[in-house]
Ligand binder design. Sequence first.
Ligand code: HEC
Length: 197
Amino acid sequence: MGKSTLSLALLVMLAVLGGCGDKTASTGAAGESTASAGSSETCSLVSTKDNSPLAIKAVATDTPEAKEFLATCMNPYTKKYAADAEAAKAGRKVMTLNGCTGCHGGNLGGLMAPSLVKNGGTGAFDTKWVYAKNATDKGMFETISNGTPGTSGGVMSIWHNQLPGHVGDGLTTDDILKAIGYIRTVYQGDGEKTWLK
Ligand code: HEC
């Protein structure tokens, strides 16, 4: 390749790169206007398996609590259930109806799956979360929604009804938030209750 051909090639490349820059800028602006037009999910959820983004969107049938979580990453049921044991029964119901208790135990103290109470059994995961991110409601939502890679020796399936491969009919955003709110009420482990801050 001659010197002039090379500089011509460089010029073409620069022109193409410049064009790309413009496109990115306009896509960004379009994205912002879509967000302000209604879809308000700003909580960026990622998979507990590989950190890839989870495509979970607000849908028309979502409760105000589900919409609030997708916008803020905060689970409104956690504080509500901590203060109201009667209300927390709705979260327990999600877990018994969907068979969570079949693996995690009727009192969530662990069975063929790790304890969610974390009150000091003999297993490696009886006092600590298998996945440290589960100390936040966002992290636990990601774990339940898209399942796990199997660090404790068993794998948990995909539960969110918007994610491919989910169990049966799957669970809604609201169902999963209620289950988490309930799980927080049974915790007795030695870590701080970070989710109540
Ligand atoms: C078929 C058995 C099974 C069922 C049903 C099941 N799980 Fe699990 N779950 C597991 C296993 C096994 C793990 C550990 C996964 C790992 O180590 O990767 C786990 C892990 C978890 C964790 C993380 C625990 C930690 O210490 O980090 C949470 C939270 C959880 N499950 C909640 C639920 C909820 C809520 C349901 C019902 C919607 C449910 N599970 C249903 C088997 C199950």
